[in-house]
Design a binder for this molecule. Structure first.
Ligand code: FEO
Length: 395
């Protein structure tokens, strides 16, 4: 059911407590998510975004409890990935002539998804839609994170509807940021940024600066996933600017896979050396085959440097590490340093291959890495510890 968030705006979305993965299995969503949709009732009525396909009927039925559907004057589609546009078919079945305001790319994407000839109105940055006492102003935000993305600013109530921007996969019945655990929300916001937006960081910075230059009063940021930023909404804008600027904390993360524990022993010894050389640095050790890939990537996002470890398997490296390296490449991390390590029995190619892969992903390579034959004994582990000390000193 709807939840009134201001005198004129009602949240009419879907809270999805059950969602555990998103984008197929590409992104873990341990805390669920929500598909936020907003109904604005002024002299004219506008609906901003819809919901994901599995909840299309539930979405439309709930919307009917709020308003007679034929009283909706405008549908605003800010981004047309199916988690937001999925309920359009069900909705448009009831109100087929209602204009859909979206970017030209948005129209192409809706047509490509649903193959319907609806009444599209293409918007560009600066276009306005007066609703009565309030007015919507549209801002195109291409590649944040799809080509069709746009934001909508509602003057009068000073709300920025930001779609995926500033969102988090975080289910809550509370809706607002001041009613939830801030550390949980920030972790999910960072994980979302790292895994979905990081590769578009230059566009994030540019778009935020463009919007800040407009000097718009801001009471609330209403994203399409997770909580609404009501208490000090600027905080997430400032945080995004930091995240978009080659973000790092004083952290080093070791990510490894292991077959018979040798590479794990190396990881622990390297970590010990790092910690002995620099007691202030946060060190995390994560098994790539056991930890969640998106949480690992989030730890790498936070790190100033990281090490990837894997034994040589089939003259290469493991499935878990291969997948992770592909994601590291895709996310285009900036100003991160790294090296590789691993045990081996005969060919021992993995460390060299991992180093090349990291280099191709735009990571600055600290050194040639370290490898140990068979099971490392105490002397070999002492080498690993010394390697860890040198690694942290050379950052
Ligand atoms: Fe939440 Fe890009 O869809």
């Amino acid at each position: 059911m709807g939840k009134q968030i201001t005198p004129k705006v009602t949240w009419v979305g879907k809270i999805d407590w059950e969602l555990k993965t998103f984008h197929g299995d590409e992104l873990s969503t341990h805390k669920g998510s929500s598909y936020n949709s907003y109904l604005i009732r002024d002299e004219k009525t506008a609906l901003i975004d819809t919901s994901w396909i599995p909840y299309d009927k539930e979405f439309v039925n709930n919307l009917k409890q709020e308003i007679e559907l034929n009283k909706i004057d405008y549908i605003i589609m800010q981004h047309n990935e199916c988690d937001h546009s999925g309920a359009l078919v069900e909705l448009m079945r009831e109100i087929p002539n209602t204009p859909i305001y979206c970017t030209a790319k948005g129209e192409a994407i809706i047509r490509g998804h649903y193959h319907k000839d609806w009444n599209f109105v293409n918007i560009k940055t600066g276009d306005t839609l007066p609703l009565g006492e309030t007015t919507l102003t549209f801002v195109e935000a291409p590649m944040l994170h799809w080509p069709d993305t746009m934001f909508t600013y509602m003057s009068g109530e000073n709300i920025l509807f930001s779609n995926d921007g500033f969102g988090q996969h975080f289910a809550t019945e509370s809706l607002f940021n001041d009613a939830v655990d801030s550390s949980e929300v920030y972790y999910e916001a960072m994980k979302y940024y790292c895994n979905i937006l990081n590769l578009f960081s230059p566009m994030v910075t540019k778009k935020i600066k463009e919007i800040l230059a407009m000097n718009l009063p801001l009471n609330m940021i209403c994203p399409s996933h997770g909580i609404i930023w009501k208490d000090n909404p600027e905080q997430i804008v400032e945080t995004y600017l930091k995240w978009a600027d080659a973000y790092q904390e004083n952290q080093i993360t070791l990510v490894y896979d292991t077959m018979w524990q040798s590479t794990r022993l190396m990881a622990q010894a390297i970590a010990k050396g790092i910690q002995e050389a620099d007691g202030n640095v946060t060190v995390k050790i994560l098994n790539a085959a056991k930890e969640d890939k998106n949480d690992i990537l989030t730890e790498i996002f936070k790190s100033k440097a990281f090490l990837i470890g894997c034994p040589t398997i089939n003259n290469g490296y493991s499935y878990a590490i291969a997948g992770l390296l592909e994601m590291i490449k895709g996310l285009k991390f900036k100003k991160k340093k790294a090296a590789a390590f691993g045990s081996y029995g005969w060919s021992g190619d993995a460390v060299k291959q991992l180093t090349e892969k990291l280099q191709n992903a735009g990571i600055e390579i600290v050194n040639d890495g370290i490898r140990k034959l068979w099971v490392p004994d105490n002397a070999m582990l002492e080498d690993c510890k010394e390697y860890g000390k040198e690694f942290v000193k050379s950052l």
